[in-house]
Design a binder for this molecule. Structure first.
Ligand code: OTU
Length: 664
């Protein structure tokens, strides 16, 4: 003790919190621990003590005035203790292991893959037979699209869950999921699964009980007897699906009430102002964790808290909800990471990785939507000015957290380019967004893309659908039989992936991109999907194309080899660790993106040419950032960068990584 003050450590609790902790231990925890072996008891009590403040404070802030504060807090603690008791020994060992390797998803070897179980393999057991494909690519993280029992179609690709405790019967069973998770663990692949926590299907037992007249179940949702409140909220809400599901409320005649439905009419928003909802969702999530899931993707997390007069996204209370859930996991399943699916403005986004009083207490990972949008924006305009400006003004991911970097996913591309960012580089935001919609729909002169507008509204605003390959020109080039255009399309794909692999964070490959799968032509033929053209970029895996990945000269072989080379180079580059500092810089050439990364004596400098013509960068540019223009080791696409006099020349769409520092 110095100067008479107690040393600060994590176990110091404020007196009121300490009292709540001791009461909880006495009333709820100790009795539930009867019969558990001593070491297990002690370990749980230690974790509980360590994370109690983290759980209690937000719960109190959210629900202190709620009549069910006390019983729901006790129920939540009970659920945490029960989940710990039910956690298999192997997963307890994983909890210990990850305490000393908390950066497992930040490491330079980390590489993700995203797939629909049915479209990739058919079923969960069949997927266990397809792991070689992932292994060959170097995958260490697998995100399987929603796989819990959904309402019958339409169900938004599984994002309308009818039972969180069961796997979709067509895909398999909970036992199959557990077996797959175990296989993946043996193969060194972490499993990520969606938690759809903003809404349930109207077929879920909670909604069904509400329809049956159960007032407690009705209180799980936000419902209104007339339009007064819905109209008041609508004044500041936006529509997520304006063309197919306009409005945020649905009249349910059986209830005689309006139900809050942000997404589709059959996706009922849960009411997190009710502590029973948070407690119930914590139970759902802990049960999934105990099946062997490593990462939970928190779907639509910005929408969890509603406040009149706002967009009802990113409200401060959302961060209390996430912190509380996170604390429950730190106690009962600490190995599990949280990934935020928050497709929101950069400043709002960083908060999901923990900011201010939530620092270190929220998600480990968050999708870097801006990077994805800016990649496609630069590819269309051939210029990196806007991307450089926007990325430079973005806050960094807080220590211990990282971005998920990606080129395409199962959703549309929403052209989230801020007017201020566009204005700062002399562009008009609205015009540029309109250009991108037109360019990727293939209706801009000279466009190579074959995508489609998604949810075009009356004003002509839209997002974009299409696979990476079709958007990057491969579909058009193949249709025209133009070999030179095919080559450019392949280079474009590898350019975008090359930046995603090197920007900093966990890179994801979206199923099919490694083979250049084109848009699904027949997507609208399925009546359950008609009207939602996101299905055009959710093709079925083409295993014949996969077999061609080893036939030299094919598109599949070029893409596959390119991605494998990038993954390999990433693994051998210490500065690719997500914790490395990343800095985007102007290269003096408006077509060439520059960024460098540095960590503990290792550095890598990335140059990426977004133009279809050769581009020059002065050799002093790398030197300005402390990198020698020559002598460093070139790790990717090495034929494509030459030193001519005092200029570096990059071929069309060339990507170069200059590595410096001690050998990894
Ligand atoms: C997510 O996306 C899923 O990725 C979608 O496939 C689902 O349809 C949706 O949730 C509903 O479950 O608005 O346009 O800030 O942007 O949650 C897609 C997050 C979406 C939202 C995001 C949502």
């Amino acid at each position: 003790m110095l100067s008479g003050r107690p040393m600060q450590n994590v176990l110091v609790m404020r007196p009121a919190v300490r009292r709540a902790f001791e009461r909880a231990v006495r009333q709820d925890v100790e009795p539930a621990l009867d019969g558990r072996p001593g070491p297990e008891r002690d370990a749980l009590l230690t974790r509980l003590e360590r994370s109690f403040t983290e759980l209690y404070e937000p719960f109190l802030a959210l629900y202190g005035g709620h009549p069910r504060f006390e019983p729901e807090l006790r129920a939540l603690l009970g659920a945490v203790v029960a989940a710990d008791g039910a956690r298999p020994a192997q997963l307890h060992r994983l909890d210990h292991e990850r305490e000393i390797t908390p950066d497992w998803h930040e490491r330079e070897h980390a590489l993700g893959y995203v797939a629909y179980v049915d479209r990739f393999a058919g079923t969960l057991p069949a997927l266990r037979e397809r792991l070689a494909h992932l292994h060959d690519l170097g995958v260490s993280y697998l995100h399987l699209m929603p796989l819990l029992r959904a309402r019958p179609e339409p169900n938004d690709g599984g994002y309308a869950v009818a039972d969180y405790g069961a796997v979709e019967p067509a895909l398999g069973t909970m036992d199959d999921l557990r077996a797959l998770a175990a296989d993946l663990r043996t193969a060194g692949i972490a499993l990520c699964v969606d938690v759809v926590l903003n809404h349930t299907a109207r077929e879920h037992a909670w909604a069904q009980a509400a329809l049956g007249g159960d007032p407690d179940a009705l209180a799980f949702y936000r419902t209104y007897p007339d339009r007064t409140e819905p109209d008041a909220y609508e004044r500041t809400l936006r529509d997520v699906f304006p063309a197919t599901a306009p409005g945020n409320f649905t009249w349910v005649p059986e209830l005689g009430r309006w139900v809050w439905t942000t997404f589709n009419p059959w996706q009922w928003d849960l009411d997190y102002a009710n502590p029973a909802v948070l407690r119930a969702m914590a139970e759902v999530m802990l049960a999934l964790a105990n099946q062997g899931v490593d990462v939970l993707r928190l779907d639509a997390v910005p929408f969890l808290w509603k406040r009149l007069g706002t967009s009802c996204q990113n409200q401060p209370e959302v961060h209390d909800v996430v912190q509380c859930l996170r604390a429950a996991f730190r106690i009962a399943a600490p190995a599990v990471a949280f990934k935020a699916e928050a497709i929101v403005a950069p400043r709002e986004l960083v908060a999901y990785l923990g900011a201010g009083r939530h620092e270190g207490k929220e998600c480990d990972l968050a999708y870097h939507n801006s990077l994805m949008v800016l990649l496609w924006s630069s590819l269309a305009s051939t210029k990196v000015t806007l991307m450089t400006h926007a990325l430079r003004s973005m806050p960094a991911a807080p220590p211990g957290t990282s971005w998920v970097t990606y080129v395409r996913c199962h959703d549309d591309i929403g052209w989230a380019i801020a007017d201020e960012d566009a204005a700062a580089v002399g562009e008009d935001g609205a015009l540029h967004r309109r250009f991108l919609v037109d360019f990727y729909a293939g209706r801009f002169p000279g466009s190579f893309a074959r995508g489609a507008p998604f949810q075009e509204d009356a004003a002509g605003d839209a997002r974009t659908s299409g696979t990476a390959a079709s958007l990057a020109g491969l579909e058009d080039a193949l249709a025209r039989g133009d070999e030179a255009a095919v080559d450019l399309a392949v280079r474009r794909l590898l350019l975008l992936y090359g930046v995603a692999f090197s920007f900093g964070g966990l890179p994801l490959v979206y199923m099919g991109d490694e083979l250049g799968l084109l848009n699904e032509r027949e997507w609208a033929g399925d009546p359950a999907h008609a009207g939602d053209n996101r299905w055009m970029h959710r093709p079925t895996m083409d295993w014949d194309a996969a077999a061609r990945r080893h036939e030299p000269g094919t598109v599949e072989a070029r893409l596959w080899a390119g991605l494998v080379r990038l993954a390999h180079a990433r693994r051998g580059t210490r500065a690719m660790h997500a914790a490395a500092r990343t800095e985007v810089f102007a290269t003096g050439n408006e077509h060439v993106l520059g960024l460098w990364r540095r960590r503990a004596g290792h550095g890598v400098l990335v140059l990426a040419n977004f133009a279809a013509t050769p581009q020059r960068v002065h050799a002093t540019v790398p030197e300005l950032h402390g990198f020698a223009a020559t002598g460093g080791e070139l790790v990717a696409e090495d034929r494509r960068l030459e030193l001519e006099g005092d200029e570096l020349v990059l071929e069309p769409y060339a990507l170069a990584w200059l590595r410096e520092g001690r050998r990894a």
